[in-house]
Design a binder for this molecule. Structure first.
Ligand SMILES: NC(=O)c1ccc[n+]([C@@H]2O[C@H](COP(=O)([O-])OP(=O)(O)OC[C@H]3O[C@@H](n4cnc5c(N)ncnc54)[C@H](OP(=O)(O)O)[C@@H]3O)[C@@H](O)[C@H]2O)c1
Length: 355
């Protein structure tokens, strides 16, 4: 069967967006689709739009050097992410009509309103493009509305990279657990916090560990989002909305961060056989909907979350038919996040091939 060609318009071209492009190139011969990068939008590094395809290698080099994509001399293009989406929907109208246009949203997480990412997703779906994102904002703020919109236009809204990078958590439940009801979840979902707490256990400095996570492109652009528990709260809201049919935003998640935690406290717990973790949890509310929380907990050694080291994450789901199901992520790098997007693109391709 012929491989469908997807046209990708990348809204955001930072750590994740650029790694998606290099990963696609790296695994091109293993994919059941081909692709063309139709456009790229950034906030401070210009934008590009080319019906025949943007030179992604040059785009990566330019942004990597802090230069503007405007140097690519592509078609006249809009500067703002939302405006570029509108323009791409016109430029690639035939591809949108036959389900081959995908907006890949990787702008910054905004935990106050989930914007502009939620608007980007909505505009794209309204124009009948599929959407793939690693941004937690849209699913944490507007999951049900966006799912309904996607269904109404026969397109998909996929967000596997929003939680636990490339580990197929949402897809696992959606694709392989028919009729199973998830009752609650509990996990360690913020890599930066887990790494920082581990470094403090070993006598290291919080600031140094944060700087290391920033250098590896793992911490949020504003690391306070990690340390204050906002990133974990956004993930808890996303998990509650998708798995527990919740209607939460990150602000409705009971939230604690690790900013007040001291190295001494962490090491005292360790000496007494406990490990401190930032734990995100959620449960169905008997009155309907769901509630979620992010708490600093000192876990006994026997707790499955207590053994997590460094950049490891894990989520345990309590289900009615399968009991407890645990998923552990041992490696958490940009490659895993980029893989989540590549995996979601493969699902869109699969859908096209089944038509
Ligand atoms: N890094 C990770 O390990 C990881 C893991 C899972 C999920 N995520 C999520 O993935 C997303 C991207 O993360 P990242 O590490 O790639 O962030 P990043 O390096 O800061 O890149 C963000 C990109 O978005 C662009 N941008 C911001 N606002 C925009 C707008 N209104 N219109 C168009 N472009 C806009 C930025 O442009 P300028 O650079 O020009 O400002 C930049 O290209 C975030 O939502 C993050 O939470 C990241």
């Amino acid at each position: 069967m012929r491989r469908p060609e997807l046209v990708l318009v990348l809204i955001g071209y930072g750590h994740v967006g650029r790694r998606v492009v290099t990963l696609l190139d790296q695994v091109a011969d293993r994919l059941d689709f081909t692709y063309r990068i139709g456009g790229i939008a950034t906030r401070h590094h210009g934008s590009a739009l080319a019906p025949g395809g943007v030179d992604a290698a040059r785009a990566t080099a330019l942004v990597g050097e802090g230069l503007s994509l405007d140097r690519l001399e592509t078609a006249p293009r809009e500067r703002d992410g939302a405006a570029l989406i509108r323009q791409a929907l016109e430029t690639f109208a035939p591809e949108a009509a036959d389900g081959r246009l995908v907006i890949v949203e990787t702008t910054l997480l905004d935990v106050i309103a989930g914007e502009p990412a939620t608007t980007h997703v909505r505009l794209a779906l309204e124009g009948r493009a599929h959407v793939v994102t690693a941004n937690k904002g849209p699913v944490a703020f507007a999951h049900h509305a966006l799912e309904r919109l996607a269904e109404s236009v026969d397109r998909v809204f996929l967000f596997e990279g929003a939680v636990m990078d490339g580990i197929p958590l949402f897809n696992l439940v959606r694709e392989t657990m028919p009729a199973v009801r998830v009752e609650s979840f509990r996990g360690v979902v913020n890599t930066t916090c887990n790494y920082v707490i581990g470094a403090m256990e070993a006598g290291g400095e919080r600031a140094e560990a944060v700087a290391e996570m920033q250098a590896r492109g793992i911490a949020e652009a504003d690391p306070a989002l990690d340390l204050d528990g906002w990133d974990a709260a956004a993930k808890a809201a996303a998990l509650a909305n998708v798995l527990l049919d919740g209607r939460l935003t990150p602000r409705q998640v009971e939230r604690q961060g690790i900013t007040a935690l001291t190295g001494r406290e962490v090491r005292e717990h360790l000496q007494q056989g406990r490990r401190v973790k930032l734990v995100a949890g959620g449960a169905r509310d008997p009155r309907g909907g769901a509630r979620a929380w992010v708490r600093v907990e000192a876990l006994p050694a026997g707790d499955p979350l207590a053994g997590l080291q460094g950049v490891e994450n894990a989520i345990y789901l309590t289900t009615d038919l399968l009991g407890e199901v645990g998923i552990v992520q041992r490696t958490g790098t940009l490659t895993q996040t980029a893989y989540a997007i590549v995996g979601d693109l493969a699902r869109i391709s699969q859908r096209l091939r089944e038509l």
